[in-house]
Design a protein around this ligand. Structure first.
Ligand code: BES
Ligand code: ZN
Ligand code: ZN
Length: 496
């Protein structure tokens, strides 16, 4: 889809639909609205004046237009109270406009949003959010539908902003596209059924991202992982016929001096539970158990495109978790690459087993900070639902950075504790630690388990099990696997 900033007036542009906005403000209609009103025999403003609901946030009124305008349709997008308008509301509403255009099979949209951007008080952020909303709102996973494919929007234009030069506006629009593309990639990878999105496929995607964005990519296969002593990670792969792939992507900036930030994503391409088999109802959701790894790939793609002055390593340990003759059994003891012994009491608590070696690997790489992203515990869905990501941190400064990044992305988080008392719940009778606690505090004992593998490195653990998927399309969120927390992490890395 083409997206361009154009200096001409909206009314000079040929398009399937014009989009202009209205705030709940009877007297001060926007200049562009008054111009359109004149062309349409004053129908618009008289309608808006007598239909206050049309000005409410999220109301899209579609006006029929004949030959008066160079567009076939006119959308008036209501934005509610001007004083409480925000960048987040803009992102969400723009996505909804795209959805409506998709439903009407419209292929070109022209926007005039001068005063809308100004109303947020953060013009550049608003322009980026506008661009994100466009690309996020149009997302759908229809690759495997052989009929009734949706009609894509082919071109979008944004018209005349008095302030700001064209070049810098184009650049911000492009940044929004990079954020959205990375988010949509994460959705695509997680929505893809597990018979397509195998560990090998994940590694091929990583190699392609590396090639296109000038990143270094290394794939550790099974025998190399054995040599490295990744016994914990490999114990999860033992029951699968799919070869495990441990993916490493490196972004290096020639002027950056920091020891790299590590982004580590759980990459279980399908989680059956293993010998501790899951119930069959809803098991198909577990194709999304590589959402952490998908997030890492998306973020690395964006970083490669944006090129911030900072070094970053993306680590994605990928494997299936299957039962089988060679599968790990409850009670087995395995050794992670840092030498720690783990008693596997439940093979369905496999995410922490693959992360154990991935975190130890990040420590070995002398990373300055580690952030892991994992669909780790069902308990997270119980505590925070699908609204906020549960976050654990051993470092307040790093947490504050993440909080800022998450607010900017509108991907909310909530911090949970790491008291040592929770750590006591995973001490094993036969090994150093065991991979489950009791019924209590399941997300916290999982985080305490991970903590054993990060040593003193500043570390954040994001349990995204609750926000893994979206039940209903709304704003920038599309039904199916979510894009969370890709935009948060791009922000974090770029502002590091
Ligand atoms: N992948 C699951 C967690 C999960 C559940 C993610 C639902 C998204 C939606 C994880 O591997 C798992 O099965 N965890 C177990 C841990 C338990 C055995 C201690 C769980 O949460 O039930
Ligand atoms: Zn599991
Ligand atoms: Zn899992």
């Amino acid at each position: 889809m083409e997206l361009h900033y154009k200096k001409n007036n909206l009314l000079q542009e040929q398009a399937d639909v014009y989009v202009v906005t209205v705030f709940k403000d009877k007297i001060n209609y926007q200049k562009i609205l008054k111009e359109i009103d004149k062309k349409l025999n004053k129908k618009i403003i008289s309608f808006l004046s007598s239909n206050q609901t049309a000005q409410g946030l999220g109301e899209i009124t579609s006006f029929p237009v004949g030959t008066e305008l160079k567009a076939k349709h006119l959308f008036i997008l209501g934005l509610g109270d001007k004083k409480s308008f925000t960048v987040d509301k803009l992102r969400s509403q723009i996505a909804n406009v795209c959805r409506k255009a998709n439903a009407l099979k419209l292929e070109s949209i022209a926007f005039s949003l001068e005063e809308t951007f100004d109303a947020t008080g953060k013009k550049n952020d608003a322009i980026q959010a506008f661009s994100e909303g466009l690309f996020l709102g149009q997302y759908s996973f229809n690759k495997h539908k052989t009929e009734n494919k949706k009609v894509d929007i082919k071109s979008i234009s944004l018209h005349k902003l008095q302030k700001g030069n064209a070049q810098s506006i184009e650049k911000i629009l492009e940044r929004g596209r990079i954020f959205a593309d990375a988010t949509n990639l994460r959705k695509d990878l997680a929505n893809e059924p597990a018979n397509f999105m195998t560990p090998t496929k994940m590694s091929e995607v990583a190699l392609k991202i590396a090639e296109e964005n000038n990143l270094d990519c290394q794939i550790i296969n099974k025998s190399a992982a054995e040599e490295l002593g990744m016994g914990s990670y490999l114990s999860v792969a033992a029951g699968s016929n799919q070869e495990p792939k441990f993916i490493i992507l490196k972004y290096t900036h020639k002027n950056a001096t920091n020891k790299p930030i590590a982004l580590v994503g759980k990459g279980i391409t399908f989680d059956t539970g293993g010998i501790s088999l899951k119930p069959s109802a809803g098991m198909e959701e577990m194709k999304g158990d590589m959402s952490g790894a998908a997030t890492v790939l998306g973020v690395m793609q964006a970083i490669g495109a944006i090129k911030p002055k900072v070094n970053v390593i993306g680590i994605a340990p990928c494997t299936e978790n299957m039962p089988g003759g060679k599968a790990t059994k409850p009670g087995d003891v395995v050794y992670a690459m840092n030498g720690k012994s783990i008693e596997v009491l439940n093979t369905d608590a496999e995410g922490r087993l693959v992360l154990a070696d991935a975190l130890a690997f990040a420590v070995q790489e002398k990373c300055s900070a580690i952030i892991d992203i994992a669909t780790l515990t069902g308990a997270m869905m119980i505590s925070l639902g699908s609204v906020r990501t549960g976050v654990f941190a051993n470092n307040d400064k790093l947490y504050e950075k993440l909080e800022k990044a998450s607010k900017k992305a509108n991907e909310p988080i909530w911090r949970l504790p790491l008291d040592e008392a929770y750590g006591k719940m995973i001490i094993s009778n036969v090994a150093d630690i065991q991979n489950i606690g009791g019924r209590e505090a399941g997300s916290i004992t999982a985080a305490k388990f991970l903590e054993h593998f990060v040593k003193k490195t500043p570390w954040i653990h994001m349990d995204i099990a609750g926000v893994m998927s979206v039940k209903q399309s709304k704003g920038e969120l599309s039904k199916g696997m979510s894009g969370n927390p890709v935009r948060t992490l791009i922000n974090l890395v770029c502002d590091y």
